[in-house]
Design a protein around this ligand. Sequence first.
Ligand code: SF4
Length: 203
Amino acid sequence: MTLRKLALATPLAVGGTTFQPEQLTAIGSIVHPGTAIEMTPFKQLYVFVDESKLLEAEEELAKAGLRVLPTGSTTKNLQACNFCKGADEAGLPFALRLDEAITGLEVPIPIKIGYAGCALGTSEPLTKDISVVKMRDVYDLYVGGDVKGIKPKLAELFFSEIREEQVIPIILEMIDYYRTHAKGKEKFSKFIGRINLKEVINK
Ligand code: SF4
């Protein structure tokens, strides 16, 4: 029997990353018996399902309101805050569009993209490879966070006060440039230390 690994996440929402009881029930009903469910650092659950039941499992999970995402070397789902200031003020509709645009893109090494609905940044945006911070009606964009290991590095301000419609194209351009110019499995934080990203990314 072949098992397939799936990454599961819940949609962004006011209140943060939460699972409903019926979602956990759906997960329990599709995982292969005897396999463990892993909570990853990306706010995802890894589960194993029987490959012959893959389509059925994906349908059940989607019906329960869960997102089935690719595993491996891809951009991860948006690591966002809890939108405590409310959906509009904290920018939930935009964060959902951003999440949709940037999740699951192939990259040499998985990268984390963060979002904070205000400058309090309770989602720790400066610890991510790329981060968006909503500053009232405009956005600040940070790049290069890498806090793994004993020499952590915080992301630095890359563009400030950019308009909402600029954010997604800029991030997609960055990811594409990283994918096509990284040396082997070069980390994003190292990559941007080696090249001048500002010379290739236009506002
Ligand atoms: S970043 Fe701001 S809006 Fe988001 S949860 Fe934290 S305090 Fe609330």
